[in-house]
Structures are given as C-alpha cells and as structure tokens.
Design a protein around this ligand. Sequence first.
Ligand code: NAD
Length: 500
Amino acid sequence: MTLTDIKQFTVRRSSSEQSCAGILPPAGHFIGGTFVPGSSTQLIDVVDPTTEQVITSVQAGTAADVDVAVEAAVAAQKSWGATTPKERSEVLTLIANIIEDNREAFELIESANTGKPRTVAEDDVSSAIDTFRFMAGASRTLTSMAGGDYATGHTSVILREPVGVVGVITPWNYPLLMAAWKIAPILAAGNSIVLKPSEQTPLSTLKLAELVAGRIPDGILNVVTGQGRTVGQRLAEHPDIALIALTGSVVSGQAVAETAGKSVKRVHLELGGKAPVVVFPDADLRAAAAGVRNAGFWNAGQDCGAACRVLVHESVAEEFTEHLVREVGTLVVGAPGAGDDVEIGPMISRPHFERVKESLAEAKDAGLQVAIGGSALEGTGYFIEPTVISNVPAGAHIATHEIFGPVVTIESFSTTDEAITRANESPYGLSASVWTRDSSLSLSIPKQLDFGTVWVNSHLVLACEVPWGGFKGSGYGRDLSLYALDDYSRTKHVMINHSA
Ligand code: NAD
C-alpha cells in the first residue's frame, strides 16, 4: 500500500450554525462589578471564523479605561487581600459552580467565537471548572517556611502575602480556559485583577463577568476589552499594577516584558511552543501515531503544546509515517454545528489562515513531501486540511517555526545524541514528548530535554496539580499547581528582637 491509497479525512459543512445571539454578554468594560461604556466610541468586530460573519462588537478600550479599572482593583484588593483562605476558596468554588450551571452558554459562545468543535469547547469548559475547584482547595493548603531563631535573641516569621493588583492578558486559542488559569490562582492568592482578553475572542470572558457580577466582591475581577498595543501596553506600564501575566506570542511577551521593566514589575509569561515528539525505534509506533493524531490536531493545532514536530528514528520513519497518515485520514474537519464527530475547526482569523497557507506554500516550494492534506478548504470559513509533511530535512523553516495550525512535520534521526541535540535546537522550550518502551531512556532522555513539560508515551495530557510553563523563548512563570500560587504571592520576612 502507498501513502496515496490511504483514506483522506472527512469534511462536513453545516448549513445552519447554532446561534449564540440570545446569550451574548453586554458589550462594555466590566469595572467595579458592573458593565460600563468605554471612553472611546471605537468598536472592535468579533467574527465567527466558521461563517466569517460578525457576531457582535466590543469596546476598543483606551489607556484611560485601564486606569479606571486599576483604580477599582486597587480599592477592592485591600479587603479581598485581608480575607482568609477559606473565604477566598468559597468565592472560587462559587465561580466554578456558576460556570458549571451555565456550561451550555459557555460552550456555544466559545464555539461561535473560535470555531472550535463542541467536543473541544466542552473540554475547555470542564477544565476551566476544574481549575477553579483545584485552586479553591489548593489555596487552603499553602505553607511557608516554619518560623525559627536564626540570630541570637531574634525570631523570624515568614508571611505569604498577595502581590496586589495583577494585570492579565489572554490569547484567543482557549479564551475561557486561559482566563481561568490566571483568574483562579491570582484571586486565590488574594490579589485583584484587570484582565484584557484577546480582541478576537472576548465573549466568553465577558460572559463570565456578566454571570459573576454581584455574586463575588465588586472590583476583584475587572475586564477591559481592546487591542494589545493600547490596553495591553497600559496594563504593562501602569504603576499600580504589581505583576503582569501574559499568555500569547513571543513578540507580545517581549513587548510586555520591556515595558514592565521600566516600573520593575514582576512578569509572568506563557509564550509559544514547537513541541518535538521524539520516537525511538523500540516505541509502540501505532500508539505514537495515535498520540500525534490527538495532540497534534487538537483545537486544529492551535495549541502552544501541540505535538507538531516529529523526530523519528530513521529505521522506523517510513512505518511511523504510514501509521500517522492513516490516523490523520480518520479526522473529521468542519463547522461546530456539523456533527458531534467533528474534530477540526477553522483557523481563528483570516490573517492567521493566510499565514498558515503561506507556510504550506513555502514548504511545497522547497520541494517538501506532503503526505496528506496540504491545502486550504474551498468555501466559507478559515479551514485548513489536516496536514502531514514527511521527510523534512534538519533546519527546515516549517519544522522550526510555530505554525499554530493542523500541520505536523516528520524529520528522522540516526543516533540518540542527534535526537536530543535536534530536539533542543529550538528557540522554544515549552513541551516535548518521548516515545520508547525502554525504561532507562524514559528517564534519561527527559532529563536532557530543555522543555518545561516532557511526556513519556503520551502528549498534551494536563492536570491542575502539575505545573505548566516553559523555558527559553517560551517564557517563564508557571500556570496551574501550587507553583502558580507561589508566582502570584510574595514572601515577607518579619524578624522580632525579643532579647531586651
Ligand atoms: P498574541 O501575542 O497575538 O496575543 C495575545 C494577547 O496579547 C492578546 O490579548 C493581544 O491583544 C495581546 N498583545 C499583543 N501585543 C501586545 C502588546 N504589545 N502589549 C500587550 N499586549 C499585547 O497571541 P495570540 O495570537 O492571541 O495567541 C497565540 C500565541 O499564544 C501562540 O504563540 C501560542 O503559542 C501562545 N500561547 C501560549 C500558551 C502557553 O501556555 N504557553 C497558551 C496559549 C497560547
């Protein structure tokens, strides 16, 4: 059998998309517990990438809008920061319950705004609920170093405090979930928040604001919509913001860190990735191919941890490629409303769609072999075929740059040292996976890989108990787990002289 004999993926179109018209949130900024109009009359259209139609418009926020929100956050943080972990935990549990009670609305809004299949939207909402529940519990378990006598006649006590007001900037790929990853630990640690959602996907965050309004203390969570270069920039520079946390691209992270440096703000960055998938000759190749099918194409590959760059031993490269192409041939591409079996939705926007198409065209021009897919779908919506590019030479552009689409490349290696060197030869350091049945390799290889998460015989499996975050160009700081609570709090040493 040749690769061309293998079945192509299925495409499903939908004539009538499920509408979220009746459940849209108010289009204002959410400041001090209520929706308020912005200081500018400018609006930003929010587009459904499946239909290319405008869903609604939101405020294009200004620096002045951020200043009003920061003032509300500063005022609210004083009493919020003085609450007990138990009281804060109750508020986080309430937020989890509110999302759960409204999960249908969140899923509809998220699918309309991002084009993601309902299965992905369901998973996003479940994970957002779990994030709030985990942080509600975890925040009650925090301990500091025990007090002690370290200088004669003096006793030391270590206090853990909130940092104050935290500015948050979120991306478009998992709008509600990425907001939850920030809001839950930041509130749990006693801080207040001014959050700017992606200008492309603000709706689920505004919906959350609408539903929690009046049920959580006013001003602890504020949302200002708008562009990165105005609202995001002001959050990074505002003197009353103690820490700025961004999930997004490397370029945005660099801009935020540079601005934040001027006021010596703390910075927390979750940036891009290009996860290598290192397949050793003894690996279960079918399992590895199935793993890449799921983790390379989840959310149409628009995932910072996507299993997008396979490095497979040369002795099994052909066999692995066949397995993967067969797996990818079973994917169903289409609109969220076209059926429960749809797994791949559109790219988020026309500019992103054009960028992914350009990367594919470049790969084809460079003579690379497209094993399956390789083009955009005809018709409405920003759909790209699930694509596998095989026999990719070391250093090829498509295998070193973040494509952020349903595109997986396959390179081969000869020796273990070469596999490690090539995997680490990336500006990113977010996540990687290793596929082997050798118990010794399953620990020795992860130790040599320069990535914040390394899976063995798995990829893209996350849990709230364990940290998520990168090395190198993928940023610093950790989301999820007790480490996030550490990142969003500060320690203070109080030393008492009792010798007199
Ligand atoms: P983006 O950087 O374009 O936008 C992210 C956010 O930053 C948006 O809210 C945007 O308005 C804002 N922004 C842009 N320029 C800014 C500036 N100069 N100052 C302040 N804010 C600014 O990223 P995106 O396209 O929304 O998301 C995709 C990127 O996010 C990918 O690179 C992906 O890998 C990364 N990502 C990383 C993680 C992670 O956990 N590491 C998770 C999801 C996405």
